[in-house]
Design a protein around this ligand. Structure first.
Ligand code: GUN
Ligand code: ZN
Length: 480
């Protein structure tokens, strides 16, 4: 069991015992890719979900059986209640670059992303953006995430601090980049190691927070830095690893030039000791069977990021091949390559990507992957991902449908899968009624139905767009 949830009290003081009434839906197993098999879905229409004073799920009972007077009751009858959604790859420092026009990965990084990340050297900016990001996740129904901040230790402190205040399960770590990056975003091996050690000491295992060793991708770390990253993992068991792999064809060709001794892009990470059951690798589009066998053997997971892959034109992820090789696959928004923090929109994009490959992703598999599947891949299913008794009460409540068209479609659904599929394709964050983290309400839709979080925080200053693109990725792509 993770040290942070071994005790009774989750975050601070006890809360009132609460009960939420809705249609409860979660999973007890993997429904499998393709043909919807309802066996793994646990649908309890019109039930109460009971949450104890420690923020954990205490039980479930039929809607007609009202909890006693010592339960604080919230009646969302007719709504859909699911475990909080889990985003396994998202960049907290890229909110400013969502929907930036006209580039594939390497040019996009250089033109838009690096300048935005450089602004996080300013600790006040980093704090404001981290708060906006954490609020944004909750306003989209995401209660747990694996996150890339920037190279700056202050951006990591800001993000952990924001998540801690909200009681969220969050995994993040300082981005490692000691080459092929602008001067103001480059670290070096010794400095990066010292910062990681001190961040691990400060945050890893504190409440619901965990550290991830975070080499951005093989192109922006020297072999020495990757080796240092592997040594950190060796020294600190329980720490995660996150990176990008095989996203874009030009990127893959560049990595082959930079690491001629490696069999493949993924092999670069294997040689550095970075692959294990706590490794989260985003994308994994351009991999082969040997890579997939390596992923399966190591227990590492691929964070499939369909919105980003479509937006940046990176490619169509082969989920079937991953499933055949028994690789853990989770779902990720990859904002700002992805265009929304919504895991619902991510699930809908995943369906579209698979449709282009001739595979029909069921709504059961999609929602499983964004809840229990991700929790299992992260080895956190004892804590999150389902409505089992004893799990932390990270919970979302949704309207099944909103607007005349979706309501009409919902009314015609003949079975649970049809209904859930229409929800997955037609709903978004505007359908979200409320988000609970460890039993506390951390997001509630305003009555004006805007879907915006009502934090009252000031808006971020207008960003100085891209005039200073540094040329660091384009300049020496032929180098080794
Ligand atoms: N590869 C290296 N860095 C990034 C990033 O920030 N976003 C995406 N999508 N891919 C990357
Ligand atoms: Zn990414």
């Amino acid at each position: 069991m993770h040290p942070s949830i071994g005790g009774r009290a989750l975050i601070g003081q006890a809360i009132p015992r609460r009960a939420l009434r809705a249609d409860l839906l979660d999973f007890t197993g993997d429904p499998g890719l393709g043909t919807p098999s309802p066996g793994a879905a646990r649908h309890r229409p019109d039930h109460w979900l009971l949450i104890d004073e420690h923020g954990r799920i205490a039980g479930v009972q039929p809607g007609a059986q009202a909890p006693g007077p010592d339960w604080l009751c919230e009646d969302h009858r007719g709504g859909l209640l699911t475990p909080g959604l889990i985003d396994t790859h998202v960049h907290s420092v890229q909110l400013d670059v969502i929907a930036s026009y006209g580039a594939e990965l390497l040019d996009w990084l250089e033109r838009y992303t690096f300048p935005a990340e450089a602004r996080h050297a300013d600790a006040a900016h980093a704090r404001a953006q981290a708060e906006a990001f954490a609020d944004g996740l909750l306003a989209h129904g995401t209660t747990a995430a694996v996150v890339f901040p920037s190279v700056h230790a202050a951006s990591v402190d800001a993000l952990f601090g924001a998540a801690q205040r909200l009681g969220m399960r969050l995994i993040t770590g300082k981005v490692l980049m000691d080459r092929h990056a602008p001067d103001d975003l480059r670290d070096d091996v010794a400095e990066a190691q010292a910062q990681c050690e001190s961040l691990i000491a400060r945050w890893h295992g504190t409440e619901r927070l965990a550290f991830a060793v975070t080499p951005r991708f093989a192109a922006t770390s020297t072999p020495e830095q990757l080796t240092m990253a592997g040594a950190l993992l060796e020294r600190h068991s329980g720490v995660y690893m996150q990176t990008h792999v095989a996203e874009n064809r030009a990127e893959v060709a560049w990595i082959a030039k930079l690491f001629p001794e490696a069999r493949s892009y993924l092999d670069v990470y294997q040689r550095a000791g970075l692959l294990n059951e706590r490794a989260v690798l985003a994308h994994g589009i351009w991999l082969d069977d040997a890579d997939r066998a390596l992923l399966a053997d190591s227990g590492a997971q691929i964070a499939h990021s369909p919105s980003s892959n479509l937006f940046l034109g990176s490619g169509l992820f082969d989920w079937q091949a991953m499933a055949d090789a028994r690789v853990h696959v989770s779902l990720a928004s990859d904002v700002g390559g992805g265009t929304s923090l919504s895991m619902l929109r991510t699930m809908a994009d995943a369906y579209r990507v698979q449709a282009l490959r001739g595979v029909r992703l069921s709504a059961f598999k999609a929602l499983y992957t964004a809840t229990l599947g991700a929790a299992r891949a992260l080895r956190l299913d004892h804590e999150i991902g389902s409505l089992d008794v004893g799990r932390v009460a990270d919970v979302t409540v949704w309207d099944w449908a909103s607007g005349a068209v979706a309501r009409g479609r919902d009314a015609l659904a003949r079975d649970l899968h049809e209904r859930l599929f229409a929800w997955m394709m037609l709903a978004d964050e505007r359908n979200l009624v409320t988000t609970l983290v460890a039993g506390r309400t951390q997001y509630k839709r305003r009555s004006d139905d805007s879907g915006a979080p009502s934090t009252g925080r000031p808006k971020a200053a207008a960003p100085p767009w891209g005039a200073d693109a540094a040329g660091v990725l384009g300049a020496d792509r032929g180098d080794t």
